[in-house]
Design a protein around this ligand. Structure first.
Ligand SMILES: Nc1nc2c(c(=O)[nH]1)N[C@H]1C(S)=C(S)[C@@H](COP(=O)(O)OP(=O)(O)OC[C@H]3O[C@@H](n4cnc5c(=O)[nH]c(N)nc54)[C@H](O)[C@@H]3O)O[C@H]1N2
Ligand SMILES: Nc1nc2c(c(=O)[nH]1)N[C@H]1C(S)=C(S)[C@@H](COP(=O)(O)OP(=O)(O)OC[C@H]3O[C@@H](n4cnc5c(=O)[nH]c(N)nc54)[C@H](O)[C@@H]3O)O[C@H]1N2
Ligand SMILES: [Mo]
Length: 755
């Protein structure tokens, strides 16, 4: 069979191990980065080196060996690729021609090399000097009738220094319109947790994995999206710690994993079983599962067993009574039906939880991307509060963040709903009056483009049009704009779906050296456990014409705000000066930043719940009530299936590395629909049939994707899954978490029919 034919065959080896080692070698070779790449790999996540550009999982403080991560290596290889997109490339293709190419093809063209401007007459991108590019941005921004007509997007690879300056620039310009990738990701964490525990961040540090007595991994595909976390899970498992994996897809690495660092396992083809309890949850069934665990615990408490941590509850919490009463009103039959999990298994999980004196609850997009994602997370907190699982070693909530600096960007000001106290600090430190009204998050910014009120879009990294919901409508919205600016490393769809004027501004990447007149500079990032570390690139920039993100922000500001009160010209050269300003604006967490960051291992930002201090309105940790078992609005259509859009093993968000998804047994295809065989048969379909998927929505818009291949997969009944971003046309813009506005990308109600 030719190697490019689609193949679907269950993967029955452990994840990790030699398969991962081979995949890494292949990718380094394909991107022609063997020598350069291996040098960079050695500096990645090492003290004095740069932070991995892939995920936000922390690395251990003291590393003895090179940590091996297949997907980190891929992210680096695609960043350090030898391929280049030059002016000759843009001369060869019109934008309309490029639009017909796949996302994978665009990615494979390599690194962008110089600033380009769209020329309508030739329908091509043409070279443009940096000065000219900044002048065009300044001209458009100053011409706006109101600063609120511009949208300033941030993706989570941007450094703290660049993100901080960006948030200062945009606020001095006059708006809080900060759509960012977090608005599609962990925003339920940022908005849902503050009323519960007082902060919108995780409460664990790396060492907690060593002290946990039980670990829950919910709605997260660890082996693919945070592979470095597998090391922690394997070690915990070897210590006999029970791991409860909750997922509608039996993700391979959560079942069995070979640790590439384990010489014996590698040599003997051994592996470690990971989940001691695999909970095959219905999509959106987690709320019912949480209520079931709670109910099982309360029943035992009522019968006289001591399962709750009353000292903690009395001293630190408020609101248990209402939550207690509500949980007891939920019938077991309903809990089992809504979760898809048997009562016996729920009781087993409750038993694991009760026996553990320190439990960590880790979660990903499987919990956040629902219509009530924020309130669902509050229920996860309720569970942890019942046994005092905050502020003690081995316990706490661990949102596993996505992009490597998505958490840091938020901490330093990328926030469409900034607090008044932060705005006061900004005014005191910089001397301008920042806007006070909330700005747009991602979904609101697309809506503003639709309405025609937004006119300028600036993207600090990322691939906005491809990441947002409702592809067809969002493309149309984007094309209405007067100016689109993409600050990028690689070519992507966002450059091709553009405004009347459009700029591509190429940047120095994480792995590359930043040189200014003041010498070599480094940047910093904050990982999933609020640890801030320096990141220093080691490779020569992909082209001599690239600028660092910091320089781009400063020069946009200089071109837009000639009367600015901020000394942009000095920040452009010396990043210590930026860190000093971060310390002044955030004295509580960043005091002494420049000094502290001299330690190459970095430092932890204070997260008060780790100290059992709760910065909530009542000073307590709050049990919050969320009645019922539905995390998504029920749909009455009997044919309805819930669709989860997920990542394959070979992509980074909108970047498609290859068409394979090794651990799910898919090769050379991304247009697949994972389905339970009984659901498939009930629709009269054969395994491998071509199908169309259509969204069930009440808004009269037809959303349909055709040409998908159905494959039998151990999905729960009523649940299907397929790949993001190909299935984004099915996700209605308005279908999002009520509190945070995060698109409910894991629970789209759909109908499946023969194509
Ligand atoms: N290699 C690689 N690494 C990445 C990324 C990447 O694309 N590639 N992306 C980065 C980013 S930005 C992010 S946010 C993270 C994303 O990391 P994840 O959160 O792991 O991302 P997803 O692939 O969206 O998968 C979420 C998981 O949720 C499960 N799920 C779906 N619906 C439900 C549900 O209702 N309940 C439960 N319990 N589970 C459900 C899916 O089966 C899947 O296993 O990874 C980051 N790291
Ligand atoms: N249906 C559905 N939609 C989703 C999701 C889902 O699970 N399902 N997940 C959502 C999530 S969790 C997220 S985080 C978003 C992701 O949305 P984004 O963050 O916008 O998307 P990415 O694909 O990560 O962006 C990739 C581009 O970033 C640029 N880039 C890479 N490195 C750098 C750098 O160092 N600096 C700069 N300036 N640019 C760089 C490159 O040009 C590359 O093409 O998508 C969301 N959309
Ligand atoms: Mo994300």
């Amino acid at each position: 069979m030719a190697d490019n034919m689609p193949r679907y065959k269950p993967y029955d080896h452990p994840a990790g191990g030699w398969g991962a080692a081979a995949a890494t070698a292949r990718v380094l070779m394909d991107q022609s980065v063997i020598t350069k790449g291996s040098r960079a790999l050695l500096a990645m996540n090492q003290p004095g080196g740069f932070k991995c550009p892939s995920c936000a999982f922390p690395d251990p403080d003291c590393r003895r060996t090179l940590e091996f991560c297949e997907n980190g290596a891929k992210a680096l290889a695609f960043e350090a690729t030898a391929r280049r997109v030059t002016r000759a490339f843009f001369a060869e293709y019109t934008v309309s021609e490029l639009e017909r190419q796949s996302d994978h093809w665009l990615e494979m063209q390599g690194r962008l090399t110089e600033p380009m401007r769209y020329e309508a007459a030739s329908d091509r991108y043409v070279p443009c000097a940096w000065d000219e590019a900044f002048a065009l941005i300044g001209h458009h921004l100053r011409a706006l009738e109101s600063p609120h007509r511009a949208e300033f997007y941030t993706s989570g690879r941007t450094s703290n220094e660049a993100a901080f300056l960006y948030s200062v620039f945009v606020r001095e310009f006059g708006t809080n319109n900060f759509p960012d990738c977090s608005n599609m990701c962990h925003e339920p964490t940022s908005r849902g947790l503050p009323p519960s525990i007082g902060v919108g961040k995780g409460t664990v540090v790396m060492e907690d994995f060593e002290h946990a007595e039980a670990i829950f991994v919910i709605g997260q595909n660890t082996g693919t999206n945070s592979p470095r976390m597998m090391t922690s899970l394997v070690q915990a498992r070897k210590r006999g710690v029970p791991i409860v994996a909750v997922n509608p897809m039996p993700e391979r690495a959560l079942i069995r994993f070979t640790e590439p660092q384990d010489v014996v396992q590698m040599a003997t083809f051994g592996s470690t079983p990971i989940a001691s309890e695999f909970v095959h949850i219905r999509i959106g069934g987690d709320l019912a599962l949480f209520k079931g665990i709670m109910r099982a615990m309360l029943e035992r408490e009522i019968s006289g067993e001591k399962v709750l941590d009353w000292d903690f509850i009395r001293q630190h919490t408020s609101g248990l009574e209402a939550v207690w009463d509500e949980a007891l009103t939920q019938d077991w039959a309903d809990i089992v039906e809504a979760s898809g999990v048997t009562q016996a298994q729920i009781r087993r999980v409750a038993e694991i939880y009760i026996r553990s004196r320190a439990t960590m609850l880790c979660y990903g997009m499987g919990l956040t991307q629902h219509q009530q994602g924020s309130r669902l997370l509050q229920q996860a907190v309720n569970l942890l509060l019942l046994r005092g699982n905050f502020g003690k070693p081995g316990a706490g909530l661990a949102p596993i963040r996505g992009h490597s600096n998505v958490q840091g960007d938020r901490t330093v000001g990328v926030d469409e709903q900034p607090s008044q106290s932060y705005l006061d600090r900004l005014r005191a430190v910089f001397g301008f009056d920042p806007p006070r009204a909330p700005g747009h998050h991602t979904v609101e910014s697309v809506a503003a483009m639709h309405r025609g009120t937004a006119q300028v879009f600036i993207g600090m990294g990322g691939n906005f049009v491809r990441a947002v919901p409702d592809t067809d409508r969002s493309y149309a919205a984007m094309r209405k704009l007067a100016l689109t600016v993409a600050i990028s490393t690689k070519l992507n769809r966002g450059h091709l779906v553009h405004g009347r004027d459009a700029l591509i501004l190429p940047v120095i990447a994480r792995s590359e050296i930043i040189r200014t007149q003041a010498g070599e500079q480094f940047v910093t990032i904050e990982d999933s456990v609020a640890k801030v570390t320096p990141s220093r690139g080691v490779l020569e920039p992909a082209s001599p014409h690239l600028l660092p993100e910091v320089a781009i922000v400063c020069r946009m500001a200089l071109a837009t705000l000639p009367q600015s009160k901020v000394s942009w010209a000095s920040y452009l050269q010396n990043y210590d000066l930026i860190r000093d300003k971060i310390a002044e604006v955030y004295p509580d967490i960043y005091a002494g930043f420049s000094e502290k960051i001299k330690d190459p291992r970095g430092f932890h930002l204070d997260v008060p719940p780790r100290r059992r201090v709760w910065p909530t309105a009542n000073g307590k940790a709050n049990f919050l009530l969320f009645p019922g078992l539905d995390v998504n609005a029920p749909v009455s259509d009997p044919d309805m299936l819930r669709l989860a859009t997920v990542r394959s093993h070979d992509q980074f968000n909108t970047t498609v590395y290859s068409y394979n998804d090794r651990y799910r047994g898919v090769h050379n295809d991304r247009m697949v629909l994972f389905m339970n065989a009984d659901d498939r048969a009930a629709r009269g379909l054969q395994n491998g049939a071509r199908v169309a998927v259509e969204t069930i929505s009440g808004d009269g818009v037809r959303r349909r994707v055709e040409g998908l291949t159905v494959i039998d997969y151990p999905m729960p009944r009523g649940a299907v899954a397929g790949y993001y971003p190909e299935l984004n046309p099915l996700l209605p813009l308005e279908y999002c978490d009520e509190i945070s506005g995060t698109p409910a990308a894991k629970s789209i109600p759909v109908r499946v029919s023969a194509a």
